[in-house]
Design a protein around this ligand. Structure first.
Ligand SMILES: [Fe+2]
Length: 311
């Protein structure tokens, strides 16, 4: 039997675009002496062949960054589920990535499906023509959570801006709890459909793509387990998965997805903002969905973000 999350629990963690705009708690700045600790990291890395693979949470002592990571962790776990850290300037990509990874390790272990750090940039390909992650295109993704593979659910997604797009490419985030409550108020019958299991197409590297594997790669959109509401959603891969399995989605279900998309993309719910080089965004991937605007690269300026998945 499907267990729907109770309203009082969900409302306690819901936020609107305006709420987040008015709330300062999710915005952080690097401690003033971050540069000294970044220098220690660089020194440590200079003695390693592959520092990105070798570094562990305690490889280098970074007390100021550790202090910041406690606040970030709390905001991710108990607050909005979003943390935007600003204020790093004037370091190159290699050192920025190392700093980003070192900070991420203070939040948890990395999931290395796409490598420890993964470059999010347009390859000029289209995810609608071949089964590649949308992260490798310049398209708007639609609000989603990362990973369509049942066995891999990053708890936290981190994104570090190396270089913003020449045009577009703003970041967007939306609270799953807020959307959940709006759907409950509008159409509780549709909310129930979003607690059912749906097949997701297999696009994650090393996924076996037999029909059996595809059929077993199904799980609910909303889930309420152990007093926690969580969400896993990217409509495109659900529709693709069902199409490939020959299991068509009914009109009722399509309408429930339409309503979910409507709420996710509503300006009342979704907040958008521009990240600068050196800015880092962490998200609770189980209760905050993210998106980015479509963007245009030029020869002189290509959008490049580094992504990390944390268990
Ligand atoms: Fe994503």
């Amino acid at each position: 039997m499907i267990k729907i999350a109770p309203p009082e629990l969900v409302l306690a963690q819901a936020w609107s675009a305006m709420d987040l705009k008015n709330r300062p708690d999710w915005k952080f700045t690097w401690p003033e002496d971050w540069y000294t600790e970044a220098r220690s990291l660089t020194k440590w890395a200079s003695k390693r062949k592959n520092p990105i693979e070798d570094i562990e949470a305690n490889s280098v002592s970074t007390p100021s960054l550790d202090k910041l990571s406690h606040h970030v962790k709390r905001e991710l776990r108990e607050g909005s589920g979003v943390a935007w850290i600003q204020g790093i300037t004037g370091i190159d990509r290699e050192r920025l990535n190392l700093l980003f990874l070192n900070f991420s390790l203070a939040l948890g272990n990395t999931i290395d499906t796409y490598g420890r750090l993964y470059g999010v940039q347009s390859t000029g390909k289209d995810y609608r023509n071949e089964p590649i992650p949308v992260s490798q295109t310049n398209a708007a993704t639609g609000a989603h959570t990362d990973s369509s593979k049942k066995s891999i659910q990053p708890g936290i997604v981190g994104l570090c801006c190396i270089s913003p797009a020449a045009l577009g490419g703003k970041s967007r985030v939306v609270s799953a709890a807020r959307v959940h409550e709006n759907i409950r108020a509008r159409a509780p019958d549709k909310l129930k459909l979003l607690y059912k299991s749906y097949i997701r197409d297999l696009v994650t590297p090393d996924s076996k793509k037999s029909i059996q594997q595809l059929l077993s790669n199904q799980f609910p959109i909303f889930k309420y387990v152990d007093s926690k509401l969580s969400i896993r959603y990217m409509r495109y891969w659900i529709e693709k998965g069902h199409q490939r399995a020959g299991k068509l989605l009914t009109n009722d279900i399509q309408q429930a997805f339409d309503l979910l998309d409507y709420e996710l993309n509503s300006q009342n719910n979704m907040i958008s903002f521009s990240m600068k080089p050196g800015d880092i965004l962490f998200l609770d991937n189980t209760r905050v969905l993210h998106d980015r605007e479509e963007f245009t690269d030029t020869l002189g300026q290509r959008r490049l973000y580094t992504r990390v998945w944390i268990a």
